[in-house]
Design a protein around this ligand. Sequence first.
Ligand code: HEC
Length: 104
Amino acid sequence: MNRFVLGGLLVAGGIALALSVSAKPVDYQLPDDTTAFKPGPNLDIVQGNCGSCHSADYIQTQPRGPKFGKDFWQAEVTKMIKVYGAPIKEADVPKIVEYLSATY
Ligand code: HEC
């Protein structure tokens, strides 16, 4: 056996060892508060209408501030209905907008 083959075997052994050491079961938990809707007015309606396609993360990660009030959320809910086909009842829209602007 020449030196190159021996060296290659050593390297391969090292890689195999490194892989077996790192192959432990990975245990991690998703944070609850980013995937659930915050408590607020009309929460049940929002959960029923906005939680079916995606988690509350999409709402949680929207910008905050005075410019992102009722008008912003009205446009967002309208977009969910018109663009993404969310089956939301007309009568629920103002309730959802109220919750979103009061809570986020
Ligand atoms: C029919 C499925 C569906 C429903 C129901 C739905 N959404 Fe969405 N929503 C989407 C899709 C699709 C996207 C875009 C995903 C992407 O870009 O990765 C999205 C994205 C978003 C975003 C991210 C910003 C944006 O405009 O793309 C927000 C905020 C959001 N939705 C809020 C809501 C709210 C509030 C409700 C309840 C009124 C709701 N969604 C209900 C499908 C839905």
